[in-house]
Design a protein. Structure first.
Lengths: 114, 110
C-alpha cells in the first residue's frame, strides 16, 4: 500500500513570496490533515478535511494560509505572503474512517523563508 | 483533550529495555492512549494504542495502570535505530483530532 505522498520535499523562498505544497493521501482515506512542525516542537494541526469539506481550521492563519481538497483526494496548502516565522516542516496525514486507530503521515515539506 | 507530560529526553544503550512514562491526570473515560515515533526528516509513525492494562505488538508494549492517569511505553532491547522522538497522546477514538506535545527525545548509545 502506497503511503502519503508530499511534494516538494524542500522549498526555499524569500519573505513575502507565495508557496504551495501538495499532498496525495493514502487511497480511500477520507480524512486529511495538514500540520505545521517548527523545529524542536511537536506537529500543530492547521486544518482537517473530511472528504472535500473542512472539519476544523481553527488554528489556520487565514490571513495568509489557505488549503483546499476539491475532489476529496489530493490537497494543496498555500501560504501567501510568507513570513520568516513560517519556516517549518509541513506535514500531511490521512486516516481511514473505518480504522480510526492511527493517522498516517507523509515525509513532510521543509520550508525555509529567508 | 487531556494534557500529557513526558520527559524531554532520555539516553539509553543498545540492548537495554527502555521505558518512557507519560502522565495524563485528566484523561477522560472515552480517551485512548496512543504513542507515535518520529525519526529525523520523517513524519510521525503510529506505534501502539491502548485503553487499559497491557497492549503488546511487534514493536513495543504499553502498560496502563487501573487509574489510567499514566502509561508506560516499553521498548525491548533497543538498537541505535530506535533513536527518535516519542510522542504520548490522549484522544477520544471517535474524535479525529490529536494534539502533539514536545515528545521525548530518546538517544540510544552504542
Amino acid at each position: 500500500e502506497a503511503g502519503v505522498a508530499q511534494s516538494p520535499r524542500y522549498k526555499i523562498i524569500e519573505k513575502r513570496q507565495s508557496v504551495a505544497f501538495w499532498c496525495n493521501p493514502i487511497s480511500g482515506h477520507a480524512t486529511l490533515y495538514w500540520y505545521q512542525q517548527i523545529l524542536g516542537q511537536g506537529p500543530k494541526l492547521l486544518i482537517q478535511f473530511q472528504n472535500n469539506g473542512v472539519v476544523d481550521d481553527s488554528q489556520l492563519p487565514k490571513d495568509r494560509f489557505s488549503a483546499e481538497r476539491l475532489k476529496g483526494v489530493d490537497s494543496t496548502l498555500k501560504i501567501q505572503p510568507a513570513k520568516l516565522e513560517d519556516s517549518a516542516v509541513y506535514l500531511c496525514a490521512s486516516k481511514n474512517t473505518d480504522s480510526p486507530d492511527a493517522q498516517y503521515f507523509g515525509p513532510g515539506t521543509r520550508l525555509l523563508v529567508l | 483533550l487531556a494534557k500529557t507530560t513526558q520527559p524531554i529526553s532520555m539516553d539509553s544503550y543498545e540492548g537495554q529495555e527502555v521505558n518512557i512514562t507519560c502522565s495524563h491526570n485528566n484523561i477522560a473515560t472515552n480517551d485512548y492512549i496512543t504513542w507515535y515515533q518520529q525519526f529525523p526528516s520523517q513524519g510521525p509513525r503510529f506505534i501502539i494504542q491502548g485503553y487499559k492494562t497491557k497492549v503488546t505488538n511487534e514493536v513495543a508494549s504499553l502498560f496502563i495502570p487501573a487509574d489510567r492517569k499514566s502509561s508506560t511505553l516499553s521498548l525491548p532491547r533497543v538498537s541505535l535505530s530506535d533513536t527518535a522522538v516519542y510522542y504520548c497522546l490522549v484522544c477520544d477514538k471517535e474524535d479525529d483530532k490529536i494534539i502533539f506535545g514536545k515528545g521525548t527525545r530518546l538517544h540510544i548509545l552504542p
